[in-house]
Design a protein around this ligand. Structure first.
Ligand code: PLP
Length: 391
């Protein structure tokens, strides 16, 4: 039995201790469902000659908590409680999975969630809506602040979070005067420990009778997941030749930006190495790919059709903004460039969640749904008529 707001002492894996000097001091909460399942599957209609595994971090929690962010939040919210904060402030896109998970997790430990959502909508707040992640944000009573993409771009996410924190501290009516700021995606030095632990968990699960783990593939947005997986794998394998290739599929920025962001996170974690600085180490142990397609949270019909087909073949629903784009672009662009590198190899896709984002794409999916999922009217009374199904 777990008590959500009671932090457990955290001990970093032995392989991390000598290289990541800033270990979490305030422990870890038990909010998610760990270990998440690891499955071997056989999708893609036999089109790809690789052994496919899925690490299901979409199953870290129910719809309100699920996805990769809860791993980070277990550390971040332990810190918020240790600092006697009474609320959290974070920021993301309108359909942010991170904001939704943060809001629900905050409520689990009695913190008030404040979310800054970037949106093009001009409507009144009262008609802000309830689609997908927003429904969950609002179900748990988040206070939502909106800003436009232009404002977000000019001020930057950190500045917006800090201004909202200052507003809360000075506004007696919010009855909340010690907010805990969480950066976009929860991707700072502390949150990233969630994926150091994720690697630890995966390596304990991996059954070496199927051979080595050759490639790890996942979606990359704010870089914390990539930082945790790349540093974790590199340190756990300690530069042995058997280390899997870590593929971060960037859905919003260029590979150059991600190499840089991940190195910054590594530095924040107190990265030390006898011969390399964080920048060089990250470049040696991470391959960042462009998987943005038309742009962040914008889907092509092919990407959406891929998500639908994958769901039909596996019963597993990817999301349009992150996991779906990541796997689509990996199979469409990365594998064909060097097929020999993947042939017969063990490729693990780390499913990072996000399915609530599909609600936002319903209209674009409708034609595909009508093809893959027929809906038929029952002719219960034998009246006949076109298109009905007599039973
Ligand atoms: C946030 C998110 C990611 C990206 O993780 P980062 O740590 O921000 O890079 C991937 N998939 C889903 C579903 C997400 O919500």
């Amino acid at each position: 039995m777990a008590t959500p707001n009671q932090a457990c002492p955290y001990e970093a894996p032995a392989w991390a201790r000598d290289h990541l000097m800033k270990t979490p001091e305030n422990g870890r909460l038990k909010l998610g469902n760990f270990p998440t399942p690891l499955y071997k599957m056989n999708p893609f209609s036999g089109n790809h000659d690789l052994n496919f595994f899925v690490k299901r971090d979409d199953m870290t929690g129910g719809p309100e908590l699920g996805g990769n962010k809860i791993r980070k939040l277990e550390f971040l919210l332990a810190d918020a409680l240790a600092q006697n904060c009474d609320s959290v402030v974070t920021i993301g896109g309108e359909q942010s999975n991170h904001c939704r998970a943060t809001a629900a997790a905050a409520r689990m430990v009695c913190l008030h969630p404040h979310l800054i959502l970037r949106t093009k909508r001009e409507e009144e707040l009262s008609t802000f809506g309830y689609t997908g992640n927003i429904l969950m944000d609002r179900m748990v009573g988040s206070t939502i602040y909106t800003c436009t993409p232009g404002e977000y771009g000019r001020l930057g996410s950190a500045e917006l979070v800090s201004r909202v924190c200052a507003h809360i501290e000075s506004d007696a009516r919010t009855k909340s005067n010690k907010p805990y700021p969480i950066p976009v995606g929860g991707s700072n030095g502390l949150g990233t420990w969630g994926y150091i632990e994720g690697v630890h968990e995966l390596l304990q699960q991996w059954d070496s009778s199927v051979g080595s783990l050759d490639h790890v593939v996942f979606a990359c947005g704010s870089g914390g997941t990539a930082a945790g997986i790349a540093l974790g794998m590199a340190l756990a394998y300690a530069d042995s030749k058997a280390m899997p290739v870590v593929h971060a599929m960037g859905v919003c920025d260029s590979p150059e930006i991600f190499y840089n962001d991940v190195a910054i996170i590594a530095d924040k974690m107190g990265f030390t190495h006898p011969t390399m600085d964080a920048k060089e180490f990250v470049r040696q142990h991470l391959v960042a790919h462009q998987a943005k397609g038309l742009g962040y949270a914008v889907s092509t019909q092919e990407e959406l059709d891929f998500v639908a087909k994958f769901a039909c073949e596996t019963g597993m629903v990817l999301d349009p903004v992150y996991s779906g784009k990541a796997l689509y672009h990996f199979l469409k662009e990365v594998v064909p460039k060097d097929p020999g590198e993947y042939q017969g190899k063990n490729v693990l896709f780390w499913h990072t969640g996000g399915a609530l984002g599909l609600y936002d794409k319903g209209d674009d999916l409708l034609d595909t749904l009508n093809q893959i999922s027929p809906v038929k009217r029952l002719d219960v009374y034998g009246k006949g008529g076109g298109g009905t199904v007599a039973i």
